[in-house]
Ligand binder design. Structure first.
Ligand code: B1M
Length: 214
């Protein structure tokens, strides 16, 4: 099967075709990782066209919907069951930011790796991250930002967690297209990851650190 057809369907915003081709790719024995990389590659292409003003928000939204459909089909294949959770992660896209494809992907990979995940959704205010840290006994607060204008909200969350003395029992990690390692360090985040698979490695490392600190 030619995986380019999945990218084309995603670019065309053809939700039914993305669903059909994603299922067909898995059924034909193509590995879930390869199908996932294809969908991400298709979304990168959408991003490039959006940036170059070849397409506009309505088209991007339809492609994003098609991407969600594809990811939903992959989700059960990425998740393992019957495994004792490695740790508990509260994840959300920060205040002012409605992008959720990357965040969902990271959440999905966390689940697949055996973490228990509390997905707080998008446009998450500082207080909701704090409430999750206090009430749900999470080991990691994970934040995603796709906009340069929303990145600062990650700092606000970390500062509030610090003020409330919560950083002694949990770790923070950040990511998203405009976020860099330097930025993460500058706001005092414990971890940064560039993509969803390195996010899993980083979360495992942070859980290891927490165990050693106890
Ligand atoms: Co938006 N948008 N958008 N958009 N959008 C970007 C981000 C932009 C770069 C496009 C561009 O101009 N080139 C630009 C931001 C510029 C900037 O700030 N630097 C932009 C803009 C400007 C906007 C609006 C302001 C447009 C407007 O209204 N004028 C508006 C803002 C709305 C808001 O949030 N308040 C807006 C709206 C939208 C849509 C609603 C149309 C739609 C979102 C739909 C949705 O998410 N449900 C949308 C989309 C789809 C995009 C692009 C095209 C694609 C984003 C995406 O899903 N990528 C994007 C262009 C681009 O990124 N190339 C763009 C695929 C996804 C798998 O990658 O999210 O990067 P990503 O996640 C990666 C990594 O970043 C990382 O792992 C993921 C997987 O590898 N990662 C983490 C993410 N979170 C992590 C957390 C971690 C670790 C790693 O640890 C916790």
């Amino acid at each position: 099967m030619d995986l380019q057809t999945i990218k084309d369907a995603l670019n065309d915003g053809d939700i039914a075709k993305v669903a059909e081709l994603t299922t067909a790719a898995l059924d034909s024995g193509i590995g879930v990782k390869k199908v996932l990389d294809t969908l991400i590659g298709g979304m990168d292409e959408v991003g490039r066209k959006f940036k170059d003003n070849e397409i506009f928000i309505p088209e991007v939204m339809i492609s994003a919907k098609a991407m969600h459909t594809g990811l939903d089909i992959l989700a059960p294949h990425l998740s393992k069951s019957g495994i004792k959770p490695l740790g508990k992660v509260g994840i959300g896209t920060v205040k002012g930011d409605l992008h959720d494809i990357g965040k969902n992907l990271v959440a999905m990979m966390f689940r697949g790796a055996g973490f228990e995940v509390i997905d707080l959704g998008i446009d998450v205010p500082v207080e909701r991250f704090i409430d999750t840290a206090t009430d749900k006994d999470v080991n990691i607060i994970a934040m995603s930002s796709l906009l340069t204008t929303s990145m600062g909200a990650m700092r606000d969350v970390i500062e509030e967690l610090k003020k409330q003395g919560l950083l002694t029992r949990l770790k923070t990690m950040v990511g998203g297209a405009p976020v860099t390692k330097n930025f993460a360090e500058s706001i005092g985040a414990d971890g940064y990851a560039k993509d969803a698979s390195s996010a899993v490695d980083k979360a495992r490392e942070l859980i290891g650190l927490l165990k050693r600190e106890k």
